[in-house]
Design a protein around this ligand. Structure first.
Ligand SMILES: [Cu+2]
Length: 184
C-alpha cells in the first residue's frame, strides 16, 4: 500500500476548486485559515485594489477568517490563486495550496471556444514534485536549493492521469506551476 503524504488544500485535500468570476459582478470571498500558521489568499493576475489582493501584508493568522469584497473589472481570462505569506509562500503552494480562477465576460458565449467545463473545457494544473518513498511529497529538499526540479509530474494533483476525449474540439487551460515564489 502506498504511504500517505501530508498535503494542503482549499476546501479539500489538495489544490482548490475552480473559482469562476463574472465581469461586472461584485464578489465576496471568505478565507478561513485552518492551518497552524499564517497564510494569505492572493488572486494572481486579477485586477483588484492591493488592499484585497492578499499580498504578504494581508495576513490571515492561524484560526482567523478574512473576508474580501471587490468588483470584477477584467475581460475573460484564466488566472490562479495561491497563498502569499512572507517566507512561507513556496512551501504552502508546494504542499497544495493553489487553484484556478476563471473570469468570464459577456463575450464568452460568442467565442467559438468550447465552454463545457470538464467536458470540452479542461483545466490542467501541471506541477513537478519530488515524491520520495513511494508517495511522500518532500519539501525539505526543495528548500535547500534555489528553485525546484521535481522527479514526478502531477496533473491536477494526480500522477499519470488520463482523459477520454469525446469532442473534436477541446479547450485546455494550462497552468504551469504552481511552484511559485520559492524565493519569497
Ligand atoms: Cu502569484
Amino acid at each position: 500500500m502506498l504511504k500517505k503524504t501530508k498535503t494542503l488544500g482549499y476546501n479539500g485535500n489538495y489544490l482548490g476548486p475552480v473559482v469562476e468570476l463574472k465581469k461586472g459582478k461584485t464578489v465576496t470571498i471568505r478565507t478561513v485559515n485552518r492551518l497552524s500558521e499564517a497564510t494569505t489568499s492572493h488572486w494572481h493576475g486579477l485586477v483588484v485594489p492591493s488592499s484585497v489582493d492578499g499580498g504578504p501584508h494581508q495576513v490571515v493568522k492561524a484560526g482567523e477568517t478574512k473576508v474580501v469584497k471587490f468588483k470584477v473589472k477584467q475581460n475573460e481570462s484564466t488566472l490562479w490563486f495561491h497563498p502569499h505569506p512572507m517566507g512561507k509562500t513556496a512551501e504552502q503552494v508546494y504542499k497544495g495550496l493553489a487553484g484556478l480562477l476563471y473570469v468570464k465576460d459577456e463575450k464568452t458565449k460568442e467565442t467559438m471556444l468550447p465552454h463545457k467545463y470538464g467536458e470540452n473545457d479542461i483545466p490542467l494544473i501541471l506541477q513537478d514534485r519530488k515524491v520520495k518513498n513511494r508517495n511522500v511529497l518532500e519539501y525539505a529538499d526543495v528548500e535547500k536549493i534555489d528553485g525546484a526540479l521535481g522527479d514526478t509530474l502531477l496533473v491536477n494533483g494526480t500522477i499519470n492521469p488520463y482523459f477520454n476525449v469525446k469532442y473534436s474540439q477541446l479547450r485546455v487551460r494550462l497552468i504551469n506551476g504552481p511552484m511559485h515564489g520559492t524565493m519569497q
